[in-house]
Design a protein around this ligand. Structure first.
Ligand code: F6P
Length: 408
């Protein structure tokens, strides 16, 4: 029987554990017996108190060095046991940042091919946000947030000194973990699992994404575009319905634009989900209408007929004077989606967007002709629910004003 060990590589907060989970679940969905072995779990068992001291990770600290080697060896013993039993793929989830550590893994697990998967993420915003989240780790339970953060940053600095990218190892893949992209590889073609692994790495992996449009605003009633209006009473009611409809879901993150109407729509849901995190991304702000911001469609028709004519002729590519086109939205919206998916780390998430933003978001999942994008139906009392894993692709539009029976 073919066996393989996948060993993760990368500095903290680069998305290693998320990717390890995705690989585990993706391979399992293919009927392959895969299991994750996390060095952090072994460390917390063996050296819980000692390993909270950042000096534990200092490459010059002999005690820390030996302790971390012991942890790795213990974990590899578990990997060997698993692979010698019925297991097919073992996933070693650890930083493995130094070439000497990786050589030790290749040597220790020499009965099987070892495929290293290195995660890169150079997005400062994501790094900062992920590092801030580390303050929630169980080992920092007795720390203040600031102390936990400082402690973790010192730990990261030690890892950075030891870190060398993959190079001389026999089999490896380097992945941009925010973009689902393989940047470079030394393929392990002899492994029958390799094609499945590549597929898992490059595809969207979304358990549950709820794509919502903000509730009704005064501007919507008046037929005005853009601006930063607040919700009407009806809009607030819609936000309440949404909160009730999604109340039973295990929502971990709610992402909004920077606009009031998006925040107001998310508010009742966040109130019901005190454990959920939230973040506002300017990438999710509505199509910028430039000189036409705040105008009514009817005013534009009368006073700026060339704008209406331009949009009628080619709505996807037409940019408002001083503003944006749908075509221009694509990159920033994709960046917002990538950031949201990275931070949610595989957990269910909600994005509260706008009409044009949600149209573009949807087309990042659906194949659609560009000219059709600006006409996709984005109601204010229904959300799109998207789930995309190896064997499960769901795309549904769900009404939340009706369609639910009882308070969840
Ligand atoms: O009308 C609401 C709105 O969100 C505007 O702010 C935005 O300009 C518009 O929808 C986008 O839709 P369309 O491109 O169809 O005008």
């Amino acid at each position: 029987m073919h066996k393989l060990c996948i060993a993760m590589v990368g500095l903290p907060a680069r998305g290693k554990s998320t990717l390890a989970r995705r690989l585990g679940e993706g391979l399992a969905a293919e009927g392959i017996k895969a299991e994750i072995f996390n060095n952090g779990d072994v460390r917390r068992n063996l050296f819980d108190a000692e390993s909270t001291d950042p000096d534990f990770y200092n490459p010059e600290n002999a005690f820390g060095r030996e302790a971390r080697e012991l942890i790795c060896r213990r974990n590899m013993a578990l990997v060997r046991e698993w692979l010698n039993g019925g297991g097919e793929v073992a996933i070693l989830d650890a930083a493995n940042v130094s070439p000497s550590r990786r050589a030790m893994i290749e040597q220790n697990l020499r009965d099987w091919p070892v495929l290293f998967v290195e995660c890169l993420n150079e997005d400062r915003l994501l790094l900062d946000a992920s590092i801030r989240r580390k303050a929630d780790l169980p080992e920092y339970a007795t720390f203040t947030r600031e102390a936990a953060l400082e402690n973790f940053l010192t730990r990261v600095a030690h890892y950075e000194r030891a870190y060398r990218p993959l190079d001389r190892e026999k089999f490896w893949l380097r992945v941009d973990s925010t973009a689902n992209r393989i940047l470079e590889e030394r393929p392990c073609e002899s492994s029958p699992y390799y094609p499945a692994i590549r597929e898992i790495l490059v595809n969207f992996w979304i358990k549950s994404l709820f794509l919502v449009r903000h509730g009704q605003t005064e501007f919507n009633i008046q037929g005005r575009i853009g601006g930063d209006p607040m919700l009407t009473a009806k809009g607030r009611e819609q936000a309440g319905y949404l909160a009730r409809r999604l109340g039973g879901e295990n929502i971990a993150w709610v992402f909004t634009s920077t606009r009031l109407r998006s925040h107001e729509t998310a508010a009742p849901l966040l109130a019901r989900k005190p454990g959920a995190h939230t973040m506002a991304f300017p990438e999710l702000d509505e199509l910028w209408a430039g000189d036409c911001e705040g105008m009514r469609y009817s005013e534009i028709r009368e006073n700026m007929p060339e704008v209406t004519a331009g949009r009628n002729a080619d709505k996807y590519n037409y940019a408002y004077p001083g503003g944006e086109s749908y075509a221009m939205l694509r990159n920033r919206v994709r960046q917002g989606l990538r950031r949201a998916l990275f931070l949610a780390a595989g957990a269910p998430l909600v994005i509260v967007g706008h009409q044009a933003i949600n149209r573009v978001l949807l087309t990042l999942f659906l194949r659609c002709r560009n000219e059709d994008v600006p006409y996709i139906y984005i109601p204010q009392n229904q959300y799109y629910h998207i789930s995309m894993t190896a064997h499960r692709k769901i795309f549904e539009r769900v009404s939340y004003e009706t369609g639910f029976q009882a308070e969840i």
